[in-house]
Design a protein around this ligand. Sequence first.
Ligand code: 13P
Ligand code: SF4
Length: 319
Amino acid sequence: SAQQQAYKDQIKQLLHEKNAVLVAHYYTDPVIQALADETGGCVADSLEMARFGRDHEADTLVVAGVKFMGETAKILSPEKTVLMPTLEATCSLDIGCPIKEFSEFCDAHPDRKVVVYANTSAEVKARADWVVTSSIALEIVQHLMDQGEKIIWAPDQHLGNYIQRMTGADMLMWDGACIVHEEFKAKGLEDLKKVYPNAAVLVHPESPQSVVEIADVVGSTSQIIQAAKTMDNDTFIVATDKAIFYKMQQMAPGKTFIEAPTAGTGATCRSCAHCPWMAMNGLENMAQTLEQSDNEITVDPDVAAKATRSLNRMLDFAK
Ligand code: 13P
Ligand code: SF4
């Protein structure tokens, strides 16, 4: 619409004036992803977002995603201004892992290495030995296991259980979950597979075990987009946030993508394959944030210093 175009023009102008760059996650609205592409920003998974923000020469990062992504960007680039279209966009995994309880849990098991998912607060990252994202979690836990380490894993129990099954590592698990991925249902997925027998099933590992077990490919957002591009199948059933279809269609034109079934539809489903917090990122609040330079992400310097160590272990490992 004309209004949308006006916001887009305003954002482009402001990005230029402020030497700012847009860093967006695959779960944000397609209009945001397109704008990031058009303006030399990035659309990526959470590991790549962290790397892109750290390495970019811009003065300001505009992070379209959820709060932990903004915090990670700030921790890795303390000298940059990090803005987010809203400060309300959180994540059920972050909410479900408060620092006080988590720290007590860690204190009770001092013999274990603390490995936390990127979907956590800066304070939880500061308490951890390692931060991981879904694209590298398996390799890092395998590496720690090879060194004979026992592990505390938080907060996503489904990703944790998946890694545990794959590696056999000794992992003490926090019981968090993603409200979007935990809605996917194995029964519905099996039924849908019968309708599309040639379809490959792509699953994000935050999904329940019964869904992960049906997958042809389990991976981070970037990894399942890559699978959609490289696999021979012309149809894919996808168990993750449906905003990812925008990039999948772009990377694998002509192929068909189908949403994996969830428990309910509409009002009966809290978060039907779309993250309510990712959905808070829009053109209007982005334009306003840039215009007013508000919604700035800050991280306590002591917390940031500690979180940098656990984040850098991941980034150095990923090299
Ligand atoms: P990725 O690291 O795969 O992008 O996942 C981030 C996320 O929040 C998934 O729900
Ligand atoms: Fe968190 Fe799930 Fe939303 Fe990702 S999709 S940000 S894990 S609530």
